[in-house]
Design a protein around this ligand. Structure first.
Ligand code: PHE
Length: 436
């Protein structure tokens, strides 16, 4: 049973879902929002949300896709009707489509920054860098609308080509090689940062937990990021779940992906904060954090030109595999309307491109899209998924589609999806709104 086809099938979901989960969220976003929100306590809440809300919701989402065997709208409709429930639940798919397109409108801008840094690295733009130079480089990029537009356009084009040609399988298989490489370079960076930066300070920053310093707002951001980084709450994981072979284990796959995703985010933090603290930079520097600090390492380490170029290339590819999954629900939906793949992909590409221009010209638009999607729309989508899987579908239906996990695991998950996840989401929201 080791023919390549069987093997690919067994791994399709893990590869695709890991490709979706691991992206800019882990390496670009996590370190800067954790930095802005004070470090340790924020990271503790983020980890708690991954465990208590993220993993159960991701299992539910993958299960719904696997059970419905179609794009989110059709899958949910099918499952509702089978259990004699209203097909209005399929609006969840509509929410996911809108959320995905809104995310891509700022995500592709950052993808464009990463592409620009591939070029900067390859041409030695930050050789022997010091903090002044790396800050100036990033500021120059933000100032040059043209450079940002080129990067963003290129990023959208890459998406359209990959989705239009339908070569996602190729990308999935490529990620199998690229992901370990990315982890390897991150480890080299962590090693470099440990020797040349302030590792003690970084460990204290990341793991000293002082909940008293944590605002209600920070808790919302931590939960929102748990959704964002796992790609849950909008149908990406559901779409990929539909590719799962009948006998694949949802539970084990989801745990593997969540563990990998979390490990990569923490490694990114361990690479970035020692450099930040060792060079007198600010952890709360905002979206430029990764771009202002990692070049300090690449610019000064032996072989940095090659490492830096490879790193930003790998980040760009990781961003691409995430972006593809953001567009997937929309493409799948249009496909169902019998619109040709090329045409639907191009239409969505143009919409995303225009939105990206708005994000380039206005940081308010950029911030709004980021905030509204990660902190409101994804948790809302996750809430509906939890209610649908935990309360709307019949228990026997759900159990049938999660049959490969043990009864104890199932019961634990069932409690988590019925109570822990939805109540957790509500509590975090109320807490944030009351400004506690
Ligand atoms: N998880 C991706 C990242 O961390 C972003 C993403 C969010 C992808 C939601 C799909 C759905 O970069």
């Amino acid at each position: 049973m080791t023919t390549p086809v069987t093997w690919t099938k067994r791994w399709t979901f893990i590869l695709a879902a890991a490709g979706s989960a691991v992206g800019l969220g882990n390496i670009w976003k996590f370190p800067y929002i954790a930095g802005e929100n004070g470090g340790g306590a924020f990271i503790a809440v983020y980890l708690l949300c991954i465990l208590a809300i993220g993993i159960p919701t991701m299992m539910a989402e993958a299960m719904l896709g696997k059970a419905g065997r179609a794009n989110p709208i059709v899958a949910i409709r099918k499952l509702s009707l089978n259990d004699g429930k209203s097909n209005a639940w399929s609006w969840l798919g509509g929410l996911g489509i809108v959320t995905g397109i809104m995310i891509i409108m700022f995500y592709s801008v950052v993808g464009g920054w990463a592409l620009d840094y591939v070029a900067q690295s390859a041409t030695g733009a930050y050789a022997n860098a010091n903090p002044e130079l790396t800050k100036a480089n990033f500021a120059a990029l933000l100032d040059s609308k043209t450079t940002q537009i080129i990067g963003h356009t290129l990023f959208i084009l890459l998406n359209v080509v990959v989705i239009g040609f339908g070569v996602r399988r190729g990308i999935g298989i490529a990620s199998e090689i690229l992901m370990p490489l990315l982890i390897l370079i991150l480890l080299v960076l962590v090693g470099y940062a440990a020797v040349n930066g302030d590792i003690q300070g970084a460990l204290a920053f990341m793991f000293n937990v002082d909940f008293s310093a944590l605002s209600g707002e920070a808790i919302i951001v931590a939960m929102g990021h748990a959704f964002f980084t796992l790609s849950i709450g909008m149908g990406s994981i559901m779409v990929y779940g539909a590719y799962m072979p009948e006998n694949a284990c949802v539970g084990r796959s989801v745990l593997t992906i969540a563990a990998m995703d979390t490990a990569i985010a923490l490694l990114a933090g361990l690479a970035i904060y020692p450099l930040v603290l060792g060079n007198g930079l600010e952890p709360g520097a905002g979206p430029g954090l990764m771009f202002e600090t990692l070049p300090l390492a690449f610019g000064n380490m032996p072989g940095g030109l090659i490492f830096g170029t490879a790193f930003f290339l790998l980040i760009s590819i990781a961003a691409l595999t995430s972006a593809i999954s953001l567009l997937e629900p929309a493409v799948a939906w249009m496909e169902q309307l019998c619109i040709k793949r090329w045409i639907s992909t191009s239409i969505i590409g143009v919409i995303a491109w225009v939105g990206g221009l708005a994000s380039i010209y206005s940081s308010d638009v950029f911030n709004f899209l980021d905030y509204a999607t990660a902190n409101i729309m994804l948790p809302l989508g996750g809430f509906i998924i939890a209610i649908f899987a935990g309360w709307v579908l019949r228990r026997v239906t759900v159990r049938k589609h999660l049959s490969s996990i043990s009864m104890t695991t199932f019961n634990t998950w069932y409690i988590a999806i019925r109570f822990l996840a939805p109540i957790g989401i509500i509590v975090v929201f109320i807490n944030g709104i009351l400004g506690a």
